[in-house]
Design a protein around this ligand. Structure first.
Ligand code: GH3
Ligand code: MG
Ligand code: MG
Length: 328
């Protein structure tokens, strides 16, 4: 997240620098030192992030340093009376993109405390006579953080909706497409096989026709649940659309893939939603040591599925190797 913020942060700093330079003749040049300090802090933090295995700490440190620098700028330009007070909102607005809620609330509290220090702390009498010098910037910080949080949540929701099938909660076809490229590279580097299982519910149209669409939906959810329960944490299950599912099994050869598919077949056959019997057919394929060509692998598994359907359904068929000659 922090890398994506870097450009925006540089632009924000440019705006603040321009403000300080343009106002220089009136507020003096010393506040510009703050920007030099912030720039040095960014360089330091960047190095710390590269070396740290817990990057959230250097990120938090960078945020604290830049917020302290802006607070310093407020002090140098008049404390409670400084028009630069509202600049603290720049630090606060960056919080939701960087931290989860606990860090976010802590950051807001620190920002308000810093604001209190450079206003009430620096000019208690002035703020005593005109408390709005403190109150208004606090309100601005609250409103800006609320908006920034809403934008972050909308982005997270958008990304989740884009890859999750809402009915079953499984990953969708789009998620599969972005994963296959990564898997192809991974399997070439590690030489590990990857098993692929495709599954299609048998005579699903009948479930819809005889028991209604909502019963069809319930069956889909139940089948998805049963598939998930049989998988290890790093196996990946997708709903390709309709009543078709796909499972990626890293490290599985054709034998392993067959065993898993057979287990899935049995757990689906063994369960019935409100007395409606359900079975599914499976096609299995696996890549060899030569690396993975996803399209070839999928085609092999799909052909195996087709042959399982033709052979009478409720069974597992295994396709041939499906290793791309170009990768061999
Ligand atoms: P086969 O054994 O050959 O696979 O037969 P089938 O009836 O399962 O296959 P077919 O492709 O003919 O029918 C699939 C049906 O799945 C048709 C479609 O209306 C239904 N379907 C697709 N998506 C959904 C969904 O989200 N909910 C429900 N309830 N039905 C769906
Ligand atoms: Mg189908
Ligand atoms: Mg079907």
């Amino acid at each position: 997240m922090d890398a994506r913020l870097r450009k925006s942060r540089a632009i924000a700093m440019l705006f603040l620098a321009a403000g300080l330079v343009l106002a220089g003749p009136w507020v003096g040049w010393s506040p510009n030192l703050i920007l030099v300090g912030v720039a040095l802090a960014f360089v330091l933090v960047k190095r710390l992030i590269a070396r740290s295995n817990k990057p959230e700490w250097p990120i938090a440190l960078g945020w604290l340093l830049s917020m302290a620098a802006i607070a310093g700028g407020v002090l140098l330009t008049g404390g409670a009376d400084s028009p630069a007070k509202s600049w603290l909102v720049v630090s606060a607005i960056a919080l939701p993109a960087r931290f989860h809620n606990r860090g976010l609330y802590a950051g807001v509290a620190i920002t308000v405390l810093a604001l209190a220090a450079v206003t009430i702390g620096a000019n208690p009498d002035l703020v005593g006579d005109a408390p709005q010098l403190f109150i208004f910037p606090v309100a601005l910080i609250g409103a800006a953080v609320a908006m920034s949080m809403a934008l972050r949540n909308a982005e997270i929701e958008h990304r989740t909706v884009a890859v999750i099938d809402p009915l079953t909660g499984m990953l969708n076809r789009k998620a599969l497409e972005s994963r296959t490229v990564e898997l192809e590279v991974q399997s070439r580097v590690t030489g590990q096989p990857i098993g692929l299982i495709v599954c299609d519910i048998d005579h699903f149209k009948r479930v819809n026709d005889e028991h209604g669409h909502s019963m069809g939906d319930a069956v889909l959810k139940d089948v998805a649940y049963r598939i998930r329960k049989e998988l290890r944490a790093y196996d990946l299950a997708y709903r390709l659309g309709g009543e078709e599912f796909l499972v990626l099994v890293p490290g599985a050869d054709r034998g392993d893939g067959y065993e898993l598919a057979e287990r899935l077949r049995r757990v689906i056959e063994g369960g019935a939603v409100e007395g409606v019997p359900v079975t599914a057919s499976f096609g299995v394929a696996a890549s060899g040591q030569e690396g993975l060509d996803f399209d070839a692998l999928f085609k092999a598994a799909d052909e195996a599925l087709y042959s399982a359907k033709s052979a009478g359904r409720n069974r597992v068929h295994v396709g041939d190797g499906a290793v791309a000659p170009s990768l061999a």
